[in-house]
Structure formats: C-alpha cells, structure tokens
Write a protein of this length. Structure first.
Length: 141
C-alpha cells in the first residue's frame, strides 16, 4: 500500500487573503538624510580609558595650536582648485592607523582636519595614501 501524504496548507496569499500584520506598530517614515539608529557601544576597558585620558589634553592642545584644517590645501591642490575655503579644524586624524601600529598619543602621527576632509580621507583611503594624508604601518618614520 502506498502512504498517503497530508495535503499542503495553502498560504493566505494563495487564497487571495492579505497577511495579518504581526505587529501593531506602524512603520515610521524615514526622512531624507536620516541616519539609521546606532547600536549601543561597549564601554571602554579600564586600560583603554587610561589611554584616552592622556589623549584628551593632546587633542585640545592640537586643536588650539593648529586651528585651520591641514588637509584643505592638499585636497585643493589635488582637485586643481585655485581658490578654496580653508575650514577650522574640528577633528584629529592619525596618519598611521591604530590597527597598523600607529599611536594615538604621538603628536607627529596626528594632524588636525575639518569634518568634510576627515570624511573624505576615510571614504577614499587610496587617495589619502597617495596625497600623504595617511600612511601604512610599514611607512612610519
């Protein structure tokens, strides 16, 4: 004798009925340019927090000494722009990345940049290497 198989259940879509909503929450409309929510970051370890306690005064010192972006003239020369707007520096960029063995406490490894230039350095790393705005770990002085 042959075994009888159970008939497959038909899904609501096949029967022409809409699916029921699983959640009662309405989806939020995203506005243009809105960033997606970030996950909560892990707290820093005690060892790493000590490093950042030393870094904060260094960053404040560098931003007060070097008030103008050091990357704006480099990008302007690369882009072939004669006149450009040099912005105030807001970020400290490390030439040699921490993952490549660069120190975040070494003043020679840091340069002050504005936010748009810092973003451009991060988005186009090969260009940053070519222009001298970033170095690989083995290129250290």
């Amino acid at each position: 004798m042959t075994e009888r198989r159970k008939p497959l259940k038909r899904t609501p879509l096949k029967r022409g009925k809409p699916l029921k909503a699983r959640s009662t929450l309405k989806p939020r409309k995203k506005t243009e340019g809105e960033a997606k929510p970030r996950k909560k970051l892990r707290p820093r370890s005690a060892k790493q927090e000590k490093v950042y306690e030393k870094r904060r005064p260094l960053v404040a010192k560098l931003l007060s000494e070097r008030q103008w972006c050091e990357a704006c003239p480099v990008f302007a020369a690369h882009d072939g722009v004669v006149t450009y707007r040099r912005r105030r520096s807001t970020d400290v960029h490390e030439l040699v990345r921490r993952s490549q063995g660069g120190s975040i406490l070494d003043e020679a490894n840091c340069m002050t940049v504005c936010r748009p230039c810092h973003r451009r350095i991060g988005e186009y790393p090969q260009l940053a290497f070519d222009l001298g705005l970033a170095k690989r770990g083995f290129e250290r002085d």
